[in-house]
Design a protein around this ligand. Structure first.
Ligand code: PRP
Length: 175
């Protein structure tokens, strides 16, 4: 349960407004036809669901990948591996990676290298949150919902020990 000391960083209304804006931008940028949204489990599932529903086209393909770190500390090891791969061949298709947050950039830099090898027609990234201060590996992100400071955030898909993902706003977790 959220405690009283949790502070709302981005309200549900702000998120919904920004998601609509991002969807409009994406619609404008891609030609008619299939758009593959590739999402990384689990944190991005709520953003993905809202973004997909805000898109106007009917050919939106939803795909999931699972990625985990080899060691204890993803941010320090940079060693990531695929635990669940795509079910489809993305060669020749427009692919948009949908993420909830970019922190060190290690996950996405690994994932973009991996997916690029499969020769999509285009490969871009949409993230709801970006913590630029934390970047270790540069990542070329086309669509950013909100740049946020280096604080521990939960809600709207993001967890702390698997809790809080269901909150409709984004909160800063404090003791
Ligand atoms: C989060 C987020 C990204 C990754 C970003 O996932 O969803 O995939 O971390 O961090 P990075 O830029 O430092 O690589 P997390 O490992 O928390 O898993 P979850 O989505 O299942 O909660």
């Amino acid at each position: 349960m959220p405690s009283r000391s949790d502070r709302i960083l981005i309200s549900s209304e702000q998120i919904q407004q920004r998601v609509r804006e991002m969807a409009a931008e994406i619609e404008k940028d891609y030609p008619a036809g299939p758009l593959y949204l590739v999402s990384v489990l689990k944190g991005a599932f709520i953003f993905l669901a809202d973004l997909a529903r805000a898109l106007q086209r009917t050919s939106v393909r939803i795909e999931f990948m699972g990625i985990s770190s080899y060691g204890d500390q993803k941010s320090s090891s940079g060693q990531v591996k695929v635990t669940r791969d795509l079910d489809v061949n993305i060669e020749g298709h427009h692919v948009l990676i949908v993420e909830d947050i970019i922190d060190s950039g290690l996950t996405l830099s690994y994932l973009t290298r991996l997916l690029q090898q499969r020769r999509p027609k285009t490969l871009e990234i949409a993230t709801l949150l970006d913590k630029p201060e934390r970047r270790v590996q540069p990542v070329n992100v086309k669509y950013v919902g909100f740049k946020i400071p280096d604080e521990f955030v939960v809600g709207y898909g993001l967890d702390y020990a698997e809790d809080y993902r269901n909150l409709s706003d984004i909160r800063v977790l404090s003791d």
